[in-house]
Design a binder for this molecule. Structure first.
Ligand code: DX5
Ligand code: ZN
Length: 219
């Protein structure tokens, strides 16, 4: 597998002009739109919920990669399906019934993803790797954009790549947090398929041309 996809995180876009930002970043070559959902409990920040995801879906030509940073995601899976999520990723620390959540996500025709905080061991998600289409490795503490990349998380990426090959699995490996033109190279080398980038994509002039340059510099 050699995909190399970029998923701009809308958290760093201009929320007052979301429709235009989505159009520009799509024209610039984004593969997925990364949508960060935070509840003020699982992480100390509040962002957007289902009505906004639905509005984004209504204007997006590329798939939505929805990253849930919320407690008890099982309560909201149905809602995020109805809102039009394509990938739906849950945190292993956020629920006692991860397996049920992942099966439910699949049943509702979305692609299930699993993720973990930097301090959580890979062993925690190992039982679920055969059930998911995406594994997200957090290279910052979830909650905010613009933080620095945690290099020590890259060994999780290499392990996931080996494990996937050995067990003939097919999940995408995605990295989120502190991705910039320097750290992106390390991510690709470690075996990432998808890089999430917020501040590195939405920096500088708000034009499709500039966003294209920013995306290209990550590839
Ligand atoms: C952090 C979010 C990220 C964030 C990344 O909790 O999951 O998606 O937007 O932002 P940057 O790329 O600026 O680190
Ligand atoms: Zn995210």
């Amino acid at each position: 597998m050699n995909t190399k996809m970029i998923a701009p995180s809308l958290l760093s876009s201009d929320f007052a002009d979301l429709k235009t930002e989505i159009a520009k970043v799509t024209e610039a070559g984004a593969h997925l739109l990364h949508v960060d959902v935070m509840d003020g409990h699982f992480v100390p920040n509040l962002t957007i919920g289902m009505p906004v995801v639905k509005a984004i879906k209504g204007v997006s030509k590329i798939p939505l990669d929805v990253h849930l940073m919320i407690d008890s995601p099982e309560k909201y899976i149905d809602g995020f399906a109805k809102a039009g999520s394509d990938y739906l990723t849950i945190h292993i620390e956020s629920t006692k019934i991860a397996r049920d959540c992942l099966l439910q996500i699949r049943k509702l025709k979305m692609k299930p993803g699993i993720t973990l905080r930097p301090g959580t061991k890979l062993e925690e998600i190992k039982p679920y790797l055969a059930l998911v289409d995406l594994v997200l490795i957090m290279t910052v503490e979830p909650g905010f954009g613009g933080q620095s990349f945690m290099h020590d998380q890259l060994e999780k990426v290499s392990w996931l790549k080996q494990y996937r090959d050995k067990n003939k699995l097919s999940y995408l490996i995605e990295i989120d947090g502190g991705v910039n033109p320097q750290t992106s190279q390390l991510c690709w080398e470690a075996g990432a398929d998808v890089l999430v980038a917020g501040s590195a994509v939405f920096t500088g002039e708000k034009t499709a041309d500039n966003y294209r340059k920013n995306i290209q510099s990550l590839l």
